[in-house]
Design a protein around this ligand. Structure first.
Ligand code: GDG
Length: 737
């Protein structure tokens, strides 16, 4: 039975060891709750660090034994690994870079090496438990290299990866010296998930710009695999937070805390100590609020909980000092004998206390500078059983994409934060309720269980889709079967892509002129009265006419703008506007200026930038830039950008080879259909084919074609063989007849 293996830096348990005595405390994080019901089932398991350094081998054995009863398997890390892998590379290099604090990032090769070693350590532990057909779900930025390490050892396994923190824009990500390795590591997964569409977009753009892999609709094609990138906004265990908030114990705590705080208005602020959470900026805004609205003195209290985190990392120590100082200054300035504007707790508190805080606060101030999602704001909303209360939320938190009923602020705009505080504290109850109800409805529906289900469903979908995209080599047995059905058919349609299908790419497009061999092949094929041969090309019609116009062929030129049926002239099926061309040409010219050896080809309804003569590396780099540039420009138009073989082409969306081929399929009888193509654009041809068609792609990359051949040479050989076998059969039949 295939099982699910969950892998994260930490296990959902905290282990403490004192003089050989072991204590296990389950963690209450969102992930632990969401996946709790799954990893405890049957053979499923969770692999991660148990939260404490254990060097003693005997104690390690005991921990393995204890945790195995809970379906957990530990990865033991040494002090140095914690220092260099966790505090170092994960939290001093990746964390600041991914949260747009590149100025804090440490680039240290030793830390990187430990990061690689520890990822390998996780991989080795997984390999002890995993079978080839298991599903492995890897979590977060500490394990970016793991998907590829696993893929090498378990090529057929199903691997999902979810990143809980943001993925920065290409301009920020590219600053990392190990950017290639990190992306390649992630691409070992079948499905890569982020919280938001923006993270996903940034990741796709980095993959494209740095590794040169393209694709469509979130799919990345690496040449020998396809994987999907998608967004999955993580939810909370809504029922859990709502029911804890409804408990007797929390009700009592709330009453007690309210008495202690003493003001009618309470603003809550809860975070781990982290510079990404915007704690100093929040304090500054509160200070400015008190300055601007003295009528709120003694009437409002900011209850601020800061949970200690990563205190061995220098930047966190500095931040702690800054926060202490700010709280001291504000309290020093405004406190009265019976009023402290800020009640500050630097510790971790039990869930019930947290819940009582959520209940009593009429405003939650959640203002991170950057946050992958942010669960605190969602927990606040779920705990508001009376639906009174206002959420002030940073636009930079992933959660802001779902919670549009919050008062959304830019955390760098202190003035607007002050305005939002005033608006929240004076908002009529009915308005508060309306917003809260809307947010609760969203969070109830998109809860943590929904998130887990969605990710797992999508992962299975990717696997099925990949299978359908795997082409097998057109071997002798399949050829024979194809040849038999070719002979039996009285009407045949044969679609052949010219460049890459029938001829190899040359340094200049006009050098790929058909040789004698090819002309003979096409002549033989098309003169057979049972055949209708359609040569398809993205080339201009004049070019195709010049090279093949004298043969008894049907031709598609310029991706399908122009069609020629044998015996008649060229026709176009569409009336296309080409007014976009002058603007786009200016951009392409810019790229020609910057890229020696590249040139522009103008076709009737498209423009192409060719880079086959450009220095290796530079051409690919510029092409990535150009594709991004053009895709951005084309996003609101009906233009389409094709990232082709050594060329980038831009054309009207309504033109495609699939539409053109359908024209023949609709017009002519076809007992036998064969289609040969070579690049992404030709997938449209394969899509348009009937189920019984023989679809062949040259090169061994992912495709919806059923078979592949190595290149144009093999295609020609196969076609010659088809012709020969038929004539042999025909002469045999004559002789026996
Ligand atoms: C990362 C991403 C993303 C806090 N103090 C106490 C306590 N908490 C709990 C909260 C909440 C969790 O910790 C914090 O979650 P966040 O989402 O706000 O932030 P990160 O820890 O940075 O999490 C983040 C998340 O992963 C999930 O993908 O949303 O963007 O950075 O659940 O309630 N819990 C208890 N006592 C405390 O004192 N019991």
């Amino acid at each position: 039975m295939a099982k699910l293996i969950i892998v994260s830096n930490r296990l959902p348990v905290k282990l403490q060891e004192k003089e050989g005595k072991l204590k296990y405390t389950p963690s209450e994080g969102g992930l632990a709750t969401g996946l709790g019901s799954i990893y405890k089932k049957k053979d499923n398991l969770w692999i991660g660090w148990p939260g404490t350094v254990i060097d003693d081998l005997l104690i390690q054995e005991q921990v393995v034994e204890d945790l195995s009863h809970e379906n957990m398997y530990p990865v033991f890390l040494t002090d140095n690994e914690i220092k260099e892998f966790y505090e170092g590379f994960s939290n001093e290099t990746l964390w600041p870079s991914f949260h747009y604090f590149s100025q804090y990032a440490v680039y240290d090769h030793d830390l990187w090496e430990t990061y690689v070693e520890v990822n390998q350590k996780y991989c080795d532990e997984i390999l002890k438990h995993a079978n080839p057909n298991d599903t492995i779900w890897v979590h977060d930025y500490q394990l970016l290299l793991l998907p590829s390490m696993l893929r090498k050892k378990l090529p057929d396994s199903t691997i999902g990866f979810f990143q809980h923190i943001p993925f920065p824009s290409y301009e920020v990500f590219r600053l990392l010296p190990w950017r290639r390795e990190l992306l390649e590591g992630m691409l070992g997964a079948d499905l890569v998930g982020f919280h938001t569409y923006d993270d996903m977009r940034h990741f796709l753009s980095s993959v494209n710009r740095i590794l040169g892999y393209g694709g469509m609709h979130g799919w990345i094609n690496t040449g020998n695999r396809s994987l999907l990138v998608d967004s999955f906004p993580m939810g909370i265990d809504y029922e859990k937070y709502a029911s804890v908030a409804a408990s007797e114990e929390v009700l009592k705590l709330e009453q007690e805390y309210r008495r202690n705080v003493g003001t009618e208005n309470i603003i809550i602020s809860i975070d781990r100590l982290d510079y990404s959470k915007g704690i100093p900026q929040r304090l500054e805004a509160f200070e400015m609020f008190l300055e601007r609205y003295p009528e709120f003195h003694e009437k409002v209290t900011l209850v601020m909980l800061v949970v200690p985190s990563r205190d061995a990392v220098e930047k966190y120590k500095e931040l702690k000092e800054e926060v202490d100082e700010l709280v001291g200054r504000i309290n020093g300035k405004y406190s009265h004998i019976n009023w402290n504007p800020i009640q500050y707790f630097y510790r971790s508190l039990p869930l019930e206390t947290l819940s009582a805080f959520y209940r009593m606060a009429n405003v939650a101030l959640v203002t991170p500078m950057r946050d992958g999602m942010n669960l605190v704001c969602k927990e606040y909303v779920a705990s508001k059983l009376d639906q009174k209360g206002v959420l002030i939320l940073s636009e930079m938190a992933g959660a802001s994409k779902e919670l549009s009923d919050a008062l959304l602020i830019n955390p760098n705009d202190i003035n607007k934060m002050v305005d939002a505080l005033y608006e929240a504290l004076t908002m009529p109850v009915e308005e508060q309720r309306q917003h809260m109800i809307n947010m609760q409805e969203t969070l109830k529906r998109y809860n943590i269980h929904h998130w887990v289900g969605l990710f797992m469903d999508r992962l299975s979908y990717v696997k099925i889709k990949q299978m359908s995209m795997e082409t097998s080599y057109l071997d002798d047995a399949t050829f024979q079967e194809m040849s038999d059905s070719y002979e039996m058919a009285s009407s045949r349609l044969i679609f052949l892509e010219y460049d890459g299908g029938l001829t190899n790419y040359k340094s200049k497009p006009l050098l790929a002129r058909p040789d004698e061999d090819l002309l003979e092949l096409l002549e033989n094929l098309s003169n057979n009265p049972k055949n209708r041969v359609v040569v398809i090309s993205s080339r201009e019609k004049a070019n195709m006419e010049d090279w093949l116009g004298h043969l008894n062929l049907d031709i598609v030129a310029e991706h399908g703008v122009w069609l020629k049926q044998r015996g008649s002239g060229w026709k176009t099926m569409m009336s296309l506007m080409d007014d976009w061309k002058s603007d786009i040409r200016l951009i392409l010219e810019l790229y020609v200026d910057r890229t020696p050896g590249s040139f522009i080809e103008e076709k009737e309804h498209s423009l192409v930038w060719h880079y086959r003569r450009v220095e290796t590396g530079l051409g690919e780099l510029r092409a990535r830039e150009l594709v991004n540039h053009l895709t951005f420009l084309a996003s609101n138009s009906n233009l389409q950008v094709l990232d082709g073989q050594m060329a980038v082409e831009i054309k009207a969306q309504e033109v495609n080879k699939g539409k053109a081929t359908s024209h023949w399929l609709n017009m002519y009888p076809h007992e036998f259909v064969l289609a040969v193509g070579d690049d992404w654009g030709d997938e449209e041809i394969f899509k348009a084919m009937p189920r019984n068609a023989y679809t062949i792609k040259t090169g061994n990359s992912y495709s919806i074609a059923k078979y592949h051949l190595d290149g144009p040479g093999e295609v020609r050989e196969m076609l010659f063989k088809l012709i020969k076998q038929e004539s042999r059969e025909a002469s045999n039949a004559k002789m026996t007849g």
